[in-house]
Write a protein that binds this ligand. Structure first.
Ligand SMILES: C[S@@+](CC[C@H](N)C(=O)[O-])C[C@H]1O[C@@H](n2cnc3c(N)ncnc32)[C@H](O)[C@@H]1O
Length: 225
């Protein structure tokens, strides 16, 4: 990081001057996926799924690369007008050709919100379809929404702790959330194994303050049997 990142990419390549890169946010998001910003420069095409404010794409672009397509089903008008490479689509059904992306990042987004096993599968299959041979999906946190939802029903203490504003949670409630998140991580790994989808559980570059957000999943392109 030799250059002063606060001065980089304020307007160049972006049509809306207000859309400035926030390197700290981009680097923190990438760290939870085991990546540095510089790691991204070696990939051809990267999809950031559930990109919201496109912080990863903005940071990469400010460093002189235009390799990130940001995907989200709900981009703001400002983002849509920014001139960045964006796809306003549901990640379960993308208008991209097969085998296009070298790396797919899914951070705190689509997998976290799936409600049923079928929905998780639709997402897994669609992202796998657009992933190139040799590429991988990196998913953080390392658990799927339908599994979290099942646990919320199973465990009223988890449900009650999650229902509270995060700053009002007691240490007991925080411990319940941490242990249920860990159970959801294990069940997610078992779910993938049952479906013969090979996945690695990895730790991010920096542990998140809420230790439960430490892990991500890496899923290489798979071939359904
Ligand atoms: C909490 S934000 C995450 C933003 C950013 N990725 C991060 O790491 O902070 C979740 C985003 O995922 C998007 N999202 C959720 N499900 C999606 C889906 N099935 N397809 C596309 N985007 C989705 C939402 O619209 C939202 O912008």
């Amino acid at each position: 990081m030799a250059e002063d990142e606060s001065k980089l990419g304020q307007t160049e390549g972006l049509r809306v001057p207000d859309i400035k890169p926030n390197f700290k946010t981009a680097r923190a998001r990438l760290a939870s996926l085991g990546l540095s910003l510089e790691d991204l420069f070696r990939y051809g095409l990267i999809l950031d799924v559930g990109a919201k404010d496109c912080e990863i794409a903005k940071a990469v672009k400010a460093k002189g690369y235009d390799s990130v397509i940001s995907v989200d089903r709900a981009f703001s008008e400002e983002i849509m007008a920014s001139g960045m490479r964006v796809l306003k689509e549901d990640a379960r059904s993308l208008s991209l050709e097969n085998n296009k992306a070298d790396l797919i990042l899914v951070r705190s987004s689509a997998y976290y919100y799936t409600e049923t096993e079928e929905e998780t599968f639709a997402l897994l299959s669609e992202l796998n379809r657009v992933l190139r041979e040799g590429g991988e999906q990196r998913i953080h946190p390392a658990r799927f929404g339908h599994i979290i939802r099942a646990l919320l029903t199973e465990r009223p203490d988890f449900f009650n702790a999650k229902a509270k504003a995060s700053e009002r949670r007691s240490s007991t409630e925080l411990a319940v959330i941490q242990s249920c998140d860990a159970i959801a991580n294990v069940r997610t790994a078992e779910f993938l194994e049952r479906h013969s989808i090979f996945a690695k559980r990895r730790e991010g570059l920096e542990p998140n303050a809420q230790q439960n957000f430490r892990e991500y999943l890496s899923i290489p392109k798979f071939h359904a049997r």
